[in-house]
Design a protein around this ligand. Structure first.
Ligand SMILES: Cc1ncc(COP(=O)(O)O)c(C=O)c1O
Length: 387
């Protein structure tokens, strides 16, 4: 286990390392020299425009991390205190945490094996079995609480079934939010994810495809919602040249200009980084093709994954073999890791409502993430792989 603690510059092959070069240094120094290091500045505006362009949405609002971006999305979608929010059990803890931060209660759903996203068929069956309509919206018959929204997660950057989830959202009236924290550059039916939901979030944490150190953004095609997002995340200050008047309790979720400067430089390298990540995924796919023990976790038909994290899946379910492989890979210096512990198994969420979670539990025993930094492509034999 010692190896896992090594720094990215050491022998350990990290799961996902940032790539910082001269453009990043130049932009950050320029920002430092300008004196505008904090919550406003030209880099914040530029970064928001670049992010909106990458996701092909009307507006992006830069914030301090993906978790607060999702919390804000939930509030903007009208989630009220004690509302149940439908989320997959198979996700990073931030998805469920954000629901609690927004005052809601996570209600866990099962995933399907081809994308690891919410299983829409199972969702429909589960919802029909527990939901009843009231003048105030859909209620959970068992808990009496209202359903507030549904959050789709694009796991490891693989787009989930957005058509199915949009249909569910339309037929129930529950707003669809996309947690696209991991999915910058992923396409669903040729269009970037993040623009289908009413509002979406993305993360620019250090382990993501591009980073601002820490950071995130709220995405929307609705100008009014985006303006409200900016206002709520910047202390709910009424715009004025010199007056400081705040007309509700807002949040200081702003992304500092310094982080945005780093982000602008990173965005310049996005296309190249996505190409190299694809090449790396192809190399893994080739390496594991024909294996008796593993399947490479590939993108679904009709989707283009950003392969944020590559993954392999044990053909036969075995927690023991998974754990043995994790231990021995780490001993050899490979920064592999298992799927996140499923949300309903975490102590703070153990009593939360949920559907049957058989598929998520099955995946948990099979999946192993592999080192996925784009710069790894240069470390393969010969420095190149077949395209
Ligand atoms: C699925 C998912 N949602 C939300 C987040 C939260 O993003 P952040 O770490 O920037 O708060 C992450 C981050 O890693 C994530 O993977």
């Amino acid at each position: 286990m010692k190896a896992v603690l090594q720094e990215p510059s050491g022998q350990m092959l990290s799961l996902h390392e940032p790539e910082i070069g001269e453009p990043e240094r130049k932009a950050v120094l320029d920002c430092l020299d300008s004196g505008w290091v904090s919550s406003v500045g030209k880099y914040v505006d530029k970064f928001e425009a670049l992010v909106a362009e990458a996701f092909q949405v009307k507006r992006a609002v830069a914030v301090s991390n993906g978790t607060v971006a999702l919390q804000t999305c939930l509030t903007l979608s009208g989630v009220r205190p004690q509302d149940e929010v439908l989320v997959p059990a198979l996700t990073f803890v931030a998805t469920a945490n954000a629901v609690i931060h927004a005052g809601g209660v996570p209600h866990f759903l099962d995933s399907e094996p081809s994308t690891l996203g919410i299983d829409v068929k199972k969702l429909g069956e589960h919802f029909r079995s527990i939901a009843k309509k009231s003048p105030d919206g859909w209620l959970n018959r068992k808990t009496g609480r209202r359903f507030g929204a549904i959050v789709a997660v694009h796991c490891f950057g693989h787009p989930c079934d957005l058509d199915g989830l949009s249909d569910f959202s339309r037929s129930t009236g529950l707003p669809l939010i996309e947690d696209a924290a991991e999915a910058l550059g992923s396409l669903y039916q040729r269009k970037p994810v993040g623009g289908v939901g009413l509002v979406s979030c993305v993360s620019f944490n250090g382990n993501k495809t591009i980073t601002t150190g820490g950071g995130g953004a709220i995405l929307s095609n609705d100008e009014n919602l985006a303006t409200l997002a900016k206002y709520l995340t910047t202390t709910a200050k009424r715009p004025h040249r010199w007056e400081f008047f705040h007309d509700q309790v807002g949040y200081n979720f702003r992304m500092p200009n310094l982080n945005a400067a780093l982000g602008c430089a990173q965005m310049e390298g996005l296309a190249d980084r996505l190409n190299r990540k694809r090449d790396l995924a192809k190399a893994y796919q080739l390496a594991f093709s024909g294996s008796d023990f593993f399947d490479f976790f590939d993108e679904a038909a009709g989707s283009k994954s950003n392969y944020w994290l590559n993954a392999i899946k044990l053909k036969d379910r075995s927690r023991e073999l998974r754990d043995y492989l994790l231990d021995s890979s780490i001993d050899f210096g490979y920064g592999v890791r298992p799927l996140w512990c499923l949300m309903h198994k975490l102590p703070m969420f153990a009593d939360m409502p949920r559907s049957d979670l058989a598929c998520a539990e099955d995946q948990e025993d099979r999946i192993i993430n592999l080192p996925s930094s784009p710069q790894l492509i240069n470390r393969l034999p010969g420095g190149e792989i077949r395209k």
